[in-house]
Design a protein around this ligand. Sequence first.
Ligand code: SF4
Ligand code: SF4
Ligand code: SF4
Ligand code: FES
Length: 948
Amino acid sequence: MSLVQEIDYGTPRSNAEKTVTLTIDGQQVTVPEGTSIMRAAMQMGTKIPKLCATDMLEAFGSCRLCLVEIEGRAGTPASCTTPVANGIVVRTQTERLKRLRKGVMELYISEHPLDCLTCSANGDCELQDMAGAVGLREVRYGYEGAKHPNPGIDESNPYFTYEPSKCIVCSRCVRACEEVQGTFALTIAGRGFGSVVSPGMEEPFFGSECVSCGACVQACPTATLNEKSVIQIGTPEHSVVTTCAYCGVGCSFKAEMRGDEVVRMVPYKDGKANRGHSCVKGRFAWGYATHQDRILKPMIRGKITDPWREVSWDEAIAHTASEFKRIQAKYGKRAIGGITSSRCTNEETFLVQKLVRAAFGNNNVDTCARVCHSPTGYGLKTTFGTSAGTQDFDTIEHADVVMVIGANPTDGHPVFASRMKKRLRQGAKLIVVDPRRIDLVRTPHVEAAYHLPLRPGTNVAVLSAMAHVIVTEGLVNEKFVRERCDWDEFGDWAAFVSESRNSPEEVAKISGVPAEAIRGAARLYATGGNGAIYYGLGVTEHSQGSTTVMAIANLAMATGNIGRPGVGVNPLRGQNNVQGSCDMGSFPHELSGYRHISDDATRAMFEALWGQPLDEEPGLRIPNMLDAAVDGSFKAIYIQGEDILQSDPDTHHVAAGLAAMECVVVHDLFLNETANYAHIFLPGSTFLEKDGTFTNAERRIQLVRKVMAPRNGFADWEITMAIANAMGFKIDYAHPSQIMDEIARLTPTFAGVSFEKLDRLGSVQWPCNEKAPEGTPVMHMSGFVRGKGKFVITEYVATDERTGPRYPLLLTTGRILSQYNVGAQTRRTANVLWHEEDRLEIHPHDAEQRGIRDGDWVKLASRAGETTLRALITERVAPGVVYTTFHHPHTQVNVVTTEFSDWATNCPEYKVTAVQVMPSNGPTQWQEQYEDLARKSRRIAATVEAAE
Ligand code: SF4
Ligand code: SF4
Ligand code: SF4
Ligand code: FES
């Protein structure tokens, strides 16, 4: 095994269609117009020495090392900043050039510390490489002169160090922060010889605006910015390309290793979702994989009050199977079910639903998408015919107007947010529809044209008001609608949105958004060129989540913003494989590819291959399983990679449901909150320990490649397979690629997918089949999948969750960049330094009324329950609205969320809870109890670890 090396072409690719031909060192080369001479040379294999250039960044031309000669032109231009021209003749290696380059390198080296042998970048340093490349053998100025300023090493960031004495002031880091990440956290302070890179106002990295994405570290050609893991472990010696297991962006990484130890994760430039960029989670927060809290041996116990007993894998699997069979024999085959994991691979998810349908013999299978994007599936299938986003991420480069609704991309989908910000800096206009002033509303060099800070729960009303403006002001793209949509349904919809109750003026009274802002945003979206909508859980997690998704689809169809690059309706999906878990048939009513279980032909196909009759009745959703457990008819559950106690609404009800079951099997990395109610614990494996695929928010299927052996002994798919076999349903796969082959046979949209193809092409976006053998980046290009686009009347129905004298504020929730979901992984990394606890954001006016100061403990109470957390006073939230994250179990914000849910899909209404906030002395009694429980769990984990 060796390190996967990616070529650095020095400057970015030119997208020009016209080509030019030139001669470099006697060889002809043809490249797109606008390509730099440096890149053209590299394309033919000639490496021109360089220091300030790298192909992730625009050329800067500061180091003067890449000089070339061009026949007929005076001087020695820099090849990184000089574009190619037809017929020019370039020489890269002449005596004059050699002399000049040596001179440049002498200057660099004379002021550089001479500790190469003990430097952490020894062998992986571009300065070293360039000294070799130009043949530097001596430094005429000696080594004793003044060195680069050395204000000391900044170790404040938990993941990388900044050692200014090694800096060559190439500004690659500054430009990476600006161009790639879009944070603008770095500057070059001082002048001339005294120039130094400075985060913010000459602060340490940790205290600055830096979001620790690592782009500057990757760009740095020396050890000035270097990963602490490289300093501690040494330079990597082999690597494996794999896919991030955090969010739905699906970044590709090279996992760079020494032996079986990860040294660093380097974003993969060929990764089509991330194009060489990453965020703090994917790049740095992988330490949880080897965290001591991981449970590596199976455990069982008779009652949930008993201590755990470690057992062999054989015993654990046999016990699981016999408990499931016992319970089915006693209570009926529908008394048990399973939950698939959106953190696991497609293959693992497919296997869990197969276990439930074929081995359990029912359809009681559901997934965490129930609590996030199930309305996306319903809404987009109804209107367009496919339960997924319409575009690839690249499409943002063609958008003229970007509308972000109920999403916070800079925190939730950071790498895509960086691409979005880049497009906005190039001039695209931004509309933000969100109760909270998210970062995108105003961030360096980006400012939203419109921010509609609507009252939580009024999405449908505001979108109908935008539609009202589009229809009544004659902004409909009639040609598109006539050609592509059902014209009669459009007519009904147009009449509905034109009613005066849907006018911005009326809706302003409900939503709190000024009518003029709604009108302005609607006009901009309809007339500003390519309009692209991106939305998140602020759309779906409402009692009208599905209605909102359909209202968005209506807007896109009415304005013709669908079916080409730069437009579309794009759900920003939360977890790494939530798209995949839905695709794989995790819902109780659907087999893979969103085909209804009651469809005889589809069922017959599965039955023939699996050799097992399937139940034609849709099974229970998660909330129904819990209800049935409380009622006494549902008795056992297999939960893979999901912490429903923390992530699902109305925690007390979830706990009651779990406590009522006779056998709860938790299959996870850590003893999570749900495991407090488990009778069997099966240790899970991390993404580093298995092969498989994830499908990201743009329907992109990418390989996850095993980097190290599973520390628990088995990949998750092997454990599910073992349970099925122990229950008497025989399945036998030697490798996940065989599971994918089965998925492809059974799922028309995956018919052309195989591991071999993914390996060859890097990734494909489904549908991938005979019609689209290399996948489908943009959907609905020549027609909607369902035929004619369907306009749906989206009547606004206020949620039953109302504020009143007891609960006068509205709580809404979201996530933060450094943490992920319920925090099981990120809380076990240094990311906690950025977010140690969930805080309650409250407007200064509401805080003052209640006598609350910044940092005070406050009680957050709803009619469902109460919790305590610290207050953060901020004008990011409007008066009357409070906001918090849900990453920490000791906060368990879902104690206060209610049982209300989306009318179509049961997706919980997390985003609207009527609450009261009041000063408090500290944690509630249950939080104290939780801490006791957590301490106990940690002790068990430590004991198990010690026993090993
Ligand atoms: S880590 Fe990212 S945000 Fe921080 S300074 Fe570097 S590029 Fe900028
Ligand atoms: S820190 Fe690294 S990338 Fe930044 S200017 Fe110095 S040498 Fe260049
Ligand atoms: S968490 Fe998301 S944005 Fe960050 S590296 Fe992973 S996939 Fe990319
Ligand atoms: S690489 Fe061209 S001037 Fe630095």
